[in-house]
Design a binder for this molecule. Structure first.
Ligand code: ADP
Length: 390
């Protein structure tokens, strides 16, 4: 039974609740373990990744206002590992004195790509030019009337993730790809590199940035293939990316992490693509390659502790371990032994029993004296380690 006490004076006795018990919740719980922080998670089933590492795992639905409210009443600080949560319950909990990070009003802006774009515009933060449409049909009309010209990128305002909810429309032939939903339509950016900067802010307003990372994409699958830290960009671009990300977290006023995805364009502009106010895939390498991991930094931020050093210990290449296409069922990690024998290879498995094509089953961070060395081992891991079924 969880008892409901008032907030303890010692931040390390604070009961931290996470909405979501997937891999991000698991890694947050593991970081909390270093300080023996009481950590609670809410998600659908006890077999979810975070469950074995939490003080208490509560079965429920983070999209259901009642479940979120009841869960939130039993913790001191509430945070998220996913944006798609019942915001109305968070607003109520906040009004009743529960510390909610990110603050629900900012989360409401971030959750809706349309509101997010308008927010960057209002605060003079650079992002691709955009228009809002109520539906796929109104977008089709705008195209027919010549108000919207190819090429453009259509994005569902809500519920999109990992590229789902994004359609690139290059010509009439792509009209069949139009998503039938309220959407943002952006000019297609001529991207040189996709970057991400994870920043943190604590409750006292102090901010720090992790070094910018670079995402490389698989040429055919159109999925992120490797995340390189540091990004192979000029120092001044890295500094600008960090200062943009810090401005973004300041204007949003959130505590904890903000992952800021950016485009560095061929014309040399830096544009904010989208943000996530939580630990992020582009920060997994920090567990092994930085003085402080993104997960520890998130806890420091939301608990009002001094932020940790974001300094990199060693360059790294991170790759997601995705379910191999063609395999569904009980997961088997083919090539695991060989990879564990490689120097600097850090394997993280999320403990999901079932694999499905492209499901995120784990990640591997490869450390190296420089990026070339790390990249060579990362390619070896990519060819060796496969998530299949027996
Ligand atoms: P998600 O939230 O699903 O990750 P994103 O907004 O990050 O969606 O878009 C997914 C990918 O689509 C980006 O990583 C980028 O490669 C491409 N993309 C998004 N917006 C644009 C744009 N305006 N111009 C060109 N490519 C884009």
């Amino acid at each position: 039974m969880i008892t409901n006490m008032s907030s303890p004076a010692n931040p390390l006795h604070t009961r931290v609740g996470i909405l979501g018990g997937g891999q991000l919740g698991k890694m947050l719980a593991l970081a909390a373990g270093n300080w023996h922080l009481p950590i609670y998670a809410l998600d659908k089933a006890q077999h979810f990744p975070a469950a074995p590492y939490c003080t208490r795992f509560v079965e429920g639905d983070f999209r259901c206002a009642e479940d979120v409210y009841t869960f939130g009443k039993h913790v001191d600080v509430l945070t998220i590992e996913i944006e798609h949560v019942a915001i109305e319950a968070l607003l109520q909990l906040e009004a009743e004195g529960v510390a909610v990070h990110p603050r629900p009003a900012a989360l409401a802006i971030i959750k809706d790509k349309g509101l997010q774009k308008q927010f960057w515009q209002e605060h003079s933060l650079p992002s691709a030019p955009f228009r809002l449409y109520k539906s796929g049909q109104t977008l089709r009309q705008a195209i027919a009337q010549g108000k919207e010209k190819f090429p453009v990128v259509q994005k569902a305002r809500t519920e999109g993730y990992d590229g789902r909810g994004v359609a690139v429309l290059r010509s009439e032939a792509d009209l069949t790809k139009i998503l039938e939903t309220a959407c943002v339509v952006e000019d297609l950016v001529d991207i040189d590199k996709e970057l991400a900067v994870i920043v943190a802010r604590n409750t006292q307003g102090v901010c720090t940035a992790f070094p910018a990372v670079e995402m490389t994409f698989h040429p055919e699958a159109n999925l992120v293939e490797f995340l390189l830290c540091p990004a192979r960009i000029p120092l001044e671009v890295a500094q600008l990316a960090e200062s943009l990300a810090i401005r973004a977290i300041q204007v949003l006023g959130v505590c904890g992490l903000l992952a800021v995805e950016m485009f560095w364009t061929r014309s040399g502009e830096l544009l904010i693509n989208e943000v996530a106010p939580r630990p992020h895939n582009s920060g997994h390498h920090t567990i092994d390659s930085c003085y402080t991991s993104q997960f520890e930094q998130h806890l420091r931020g939301i608990l009002g502790l001094p932020l940790g050093s974001t300094q990199m210990k060693t360059p790294s290449v991170m790759l997601n371990l995705l379910g191999e296409p063609g395999y569904s069922g009980l997961a088997h990690y083919q090539g695991l032994q060989e990879c564990l024998a490689l120097p600097g290879v850090k394997v993280h498995l999320y403990g999901k029993a079932e694999t499905k094509p492209y499901r995120k089953m784990g990640h591997v961070t490869v450390l190296g004296a420089n990026l070339d060395v790390a990249m060579e081992s990362a390619r070896q891991v990519q060819h060796t380690l496969k998530v299949v079924t027996r």
